[in-house]
Design a protein around this ligand. Sequence first.
Ligand code: DOR
Ligand code: ZN
Length: 445
Amino acid sequence: MDRRALRARKERNKTMRILIRKGRLVSPVGGIGGVMDILAVNGKIVQIGSDIRAEVDQVVDAEGLIVCAGLVDMHVHLREPGFEYKETIETGALAAARGGFASIACMPNTKPVIDTPEGIRFVLEKARAACGVNIWPIGAVSMKQYGGELTDAKALKEAGAVALSDDGVPVQNANLMRDALIRAQIHQIPVLSHCEDATMVDGRAVNEGRISRQLWLEGRPAIAEELMVMRDAMLAEETGGAVHICHVSTARSVDIVRKMKQRGVRITCETCPQYFTLTEDAVLEYGSLARVNPPLRTESDVEGIITGLMDGTIDAIATDHAPHSAEEKAKPLEKAPSGMVGLETALAVTLTELYHSGKMTLVDIIEKMTVNPAAILGLSKGHLGIGADADLTIFDPDEEWVIDPDQFVSKGHNTPFAGRKVKGRVKYTIVNGTIIYQEERKHVV
Ligand code: DOR
Ligand code: ZN
């Protein structure tokens, strides 16, 4: 090929045009809806309308499918560096793409802990080599997550951290949390708080209650979470710093957040599919696969979580994707690590539990999986509109399938949802106008 032809080809590749045809657009913002086409050029949405005619490089037929902004998961564990046998940034990104997530934020409880700008840069470097999912690193609140000395919030933010969190190892020291929120306020970076009082939960595997008594185990009481939600809400009120409560699991935590929001406190919160789907009884059936921190709770907690989702108290649905190896999860309940994977099942489980049950609309669910988490993290992602990044998730809300961990692309297969029949299937994940995942019609019922 001569130089001119080569240059022309390079030019063509630079102007990548993709047309998504006849999808049903669902957007919680901007008054966009109905069956429409979307034209994206060079990674940006340039036109939304019916019957767009344009010369393009690629056409996606979305007839009969939902098209929404690329999903955003604000709480993921990618395990790299240090625990690559559980997950790598590359495999976690692939799992995200398969689950319809265009953007994920990853927690810093790796080895070493992501507590310096170098750590943030390491994640960003690896992310660039991954499949194209946007990966936003979260820096630690305290050095090594020991809860003693604060990290440098300003330097972490400058390096690319979108939030600070000691998730997995909650900040026990109220004074340190107070200082963290003061600095977060100065540097405009949210603190994501895993709320559990260590003195009440350490070494314990399940919720304190009927099941812990039945199994003759010491349990993790709901109050261990609720006390810290209250503490952090009050510290947020006092300091003016923004606090986000991770994986809310109890009805009373929802009540506290609701009341504090009414007082004008800068508090937001998320929950995860396991907390509105499963109760503590799941450990009887699934054993270690149902061990997670905070633990699965009671029926009335599940009701409280769903109420919080419906009335807007709970802002976001995140996965807390926490991959562990099969050997680790084969250990007995008391010895196995906590956590479950979620990236490849979250949308389907959520649609099944909340949309197909008639409890929530698609718009409200999508809001909690796109606009809201993006806003909490300050990302210019999660919305459809002219000029927005062409990050799109395309799914069939009605397709039924059975969750089979053997089909996961995540290294982690640890899910209590194995064998569950769900309704809602991701067809395409598009990031910056490029298709990064397309379903191959595997394991359809
Ligand atoms: O169950 C959990 N697993 N909860 C956490 O907060 C941390 C996570 C992990 O890193 O495995
Ligand atoms: Zn987590």
